[in-house]
Write a protein that binds this ligand. Sequence first.
Ligand code: HEM
Length: 237
Amino acid sequence: MQNPFSVEIRESTRKSHRMVENAAFIRGFLRGYVDPHNYLQLITDYGLIYSEMEKGIRQAAKNCRITESLYFPQLFRTASLEKDIAFFHDSLGRKKRLSPTRSAFQYRDRITEITTRNPHFLAAHIYTRYLGDLSGGRILRKVLSRALSLKGPEGLAFYAFPQIDSIPDFKTHFRSQLDNLPADRSQQVEIITEANLVFRLNGNLFNELKGNSLRNAFRLLWPTPSPFLKTRVAPSA
Ligand code: HEM
């Protein structure tokens, strides 16, 4: 008997998941090496990607039953990313907004393309990003808050889902929607293939940020005063 789709997609993307988990940028992040400039770059990239994804989901949910089944506006991150970007931008005393990276534009372009040509592929983007955010968010929030000595919830809106009462219950519902997706076999296979691509697109973002980390290492050797560090360091307990 075939596995439920939620199990099949997890198993068929396991290798890809391991690949992003092992990206140098993520490994460093989990060890607490978080450069605030680099983090601002990451959320700037996410801002571009999530806004395109959420625009696409809203549009596709109207006439694609697969996207409609996974239409969860309570997960949307565009507004929270905008808040976090503004916070880090001000805290770092930046005058100009950062531009997204090349990898972020490529990721965005893929979303634009499938929204018009194959809207059901969006299911793969919804699965990979939002179930990932619901799964790893708590750990990442803790690491980030500690590494950057953030005082309160400011700068961490991306990790908060105030419209969701119980994350475990919501994940169960999400998985049952996956299991009951109105998709035929060939569409299921396409969604799995796209999910592996989404992991690779995320890996590309991290690899490009790792390149930026080298530049930031030089910045650490010759630091310029950072208002972020001056004003935001919490008193040690
Ligand atoms: C920081 C490194 C990461 C760690 C330590 C991590 C860890 C985990 C863990 C422990 C789970 C299982 C949670 C559960 O079963 O409830 C999970 C699930 C998941 N993660 Fe990650 N993750 C990381 C990065 C990512 C990234 C970058 C993505 C996407 C781009 C991602 C996508 C997913 C998805 C889609 C799931 C759900 C799998 C499923 O149950 O179908 N993860 N992750």
